[in-house]
Design a protein around this ligand. Structure first.
Ligand SMILES: Nc1nc2c(ncn2[C@@H]2O[C@H](COP(=O)(O)OP(=O)(O)OP(=O)(O)O)[C@@H](O)[C@H]2O)c(=O)[nH]1
Ligand SMILES: [Mg+2]
Length: 203
């Protein structure tokens, strides 16, 4: 396996409407989750940059798919969040079209990192995404975010609940915090392993 280290990262471009092409042909791993669950913050932590991915003060602001090229080899992709309660129907339709087009017929898509806010757990709004992942057989990694906000018992409850909800073995859910850095190295290792598994497969 290649070394799980981010040596170089650059913003490569964005897609704002379905039908647009990604900014280059590289394997992609996308980060998805509800609005405000901490996607951009965790991407910054994973790539070791404080401000490359924009962290929003106003939830539901990101409407584009943003591509970050890692080591000149693969894209880490920041997907717009979903499930923002006050989002108008039109915004939800936009999200659905954009993400469905991105997930469907995307030969470069190697996997998805699904982020779940540790204080909220799996929500009904996550179901559309999970249904697509299952239907399209897209490999997924699952991580709880903002784990620093919970005490020991709250954290155990959140981990147990998500494992039960997703019916996954314990080692497939990583508890993370973009603020304390907990779990970030582990998630990065899993991310690189996912990308490696693809290049091995292609040979
Ligand atoms: N305590 C704590 N707060 C966090 C953490 N990660 C993100 N936040 C905060 O949560 C808010 C949303 O973070 P973002 O990274 O913008 O979340 P996002 O999922 O990209 O949001 P959208 O792009 O709007 O969907 C910000 O105020 C962050 O500072 C974390 O690990 N711990
Ligand atoms: Mg964001």
């Amino acid at each position: 396996m290649g070394e799980a280290r981010v040596r170089q990262v650059e913003f490569a471009g964005a897609i704002g409407a379905s039908g647009q092409e990604p900014p280059g042909r590289h394997p992609q791993v996308a980060v998805a989750g509800r609005s405000n669950c901490g996607k951009s913050s965790l991407i910054n932590a994973l790539i070791g940059r404080k401000k490359l991915a924009r962290v929003s003060q106003v939830p539901g602001k990101t409407r584009e798919i943003n591509f970050y090229l890692i080591n000149g080899e693969f894209f880490l992709t920041d997907l717009p969040g979903y499930g923002f309660a006050r989002a108008p129907e039109e915004a939800r339709d936009h999200w659905r079209r954009l993400i469905e087009a991105f997930l469907t017929d995307n030969d470069e898509l190697t996997g998805i990192i699904v982020l779940i806010d540790a204080r909220r757990g799996l929500q009904p709004q996550d179901e559309q995404l999970l249904a697509w992942l299952a239907e399209l057989e897209i490999p997924a990694l699952f991580a709880l975010t903002k784990i620093d906000k919970l005490n020991r018992s709250g954290r155990k409850r959140a981990e147990d609940k998500l494992r039960a909800d997703l019916d996954l073995p314990p080692d497939q859910i990583i508890a993370t915090s973009a603020h304390s850095g907990e779990g970030v190295d582990m998630l990065r290792d899993s991310l690189f392993a996912l990308v490696d598994s693809r290049s091995t497969e292609a040979v």
